[in-house]
Design a protein around this ligand. Structure first.
Ligand SMILES: C[S@@+](CC[C@H](N)C(=O)[O-])C[C@H]1O[C@@H](n2cnc3c(N)ncnc32)[C@H](O)[C@@H]1O
Length: 147
């Protein structure tokens, strides 16, 4: 499995001491970090056992100081323990991406979200909504299914 430009960009954007790769599949960010050593630890989280076996096949002995492999649904993590950068990438294959309607509601860094999301969802179909919650304007973005 190749480390793509997309993954390199994600790795470059990430910051902090730790990186949590939710839905890691091949754990490529953890492998990249073995070379680059930008993060003291990468947490490879995937709900699929077979996905996590890939990292075990690639490196015989996992250094628990650098990589921790966690089989879990990302939603069920103990988020109190999570620090640094969280990556949730490519968790939906292209055919589903087009078939599904996405409603996304980032609370912070909306400008950055909009810059990055164009890689995954078509800007042309984006609908923007606003709602007020506790006196704050929250933006909601809807990307209707395109097929
Ligand atoms: C298409 S792969 C993406 C791999 C990698 N993140 C990337 O961007 O190349 C999606 C992975 O997300 C995992 N996944 C999907 N939903 C998940 C969830 N709710 N919690 C944890 N893992 C999940 C799947 O098991 C699969 O391994």
């Amino acid at each position: 499995m190749k480390t793509t430009k997309r993954l390199i960009q994600i790795y470059t954007l990430a910051q902090g001491d730790a990186l949590w790769d939710i839905g890691c599949d091949h754990s490529l960010l953890a492998l990249m970090n073995l070379r680059e050593k930008k993060f003291s630890k990468v947490y490879c989280v995937d709900r699929s056992k077979s996905s996590l076996e890939k990292i075990n096949q690639k490196i015989r002995v996992i250094d628990p100081l650098r990589i921790e492999v966690i089989q879990s649904d990302g939603c069920l993590l103990n988020w109190e323990d999570v620090s640094g950068t969280v990556v949730i990438a490519g968790s939906c294959p292209e055919k589903y991406r087009k078939r599904l309607t996405w409603v996304l509601n980032p609370f912070t860094s909306v400008d950055k979200f909009l810059k990055e999301i164009v890689q995954f969802l078509p800007e042309t179909v984006m609908e923007r909504y606003e709602t007020k919650e506790n006196g704050r304007v929250r933006q909601i973005f809807k990307y209707p299914a395109t097929e």
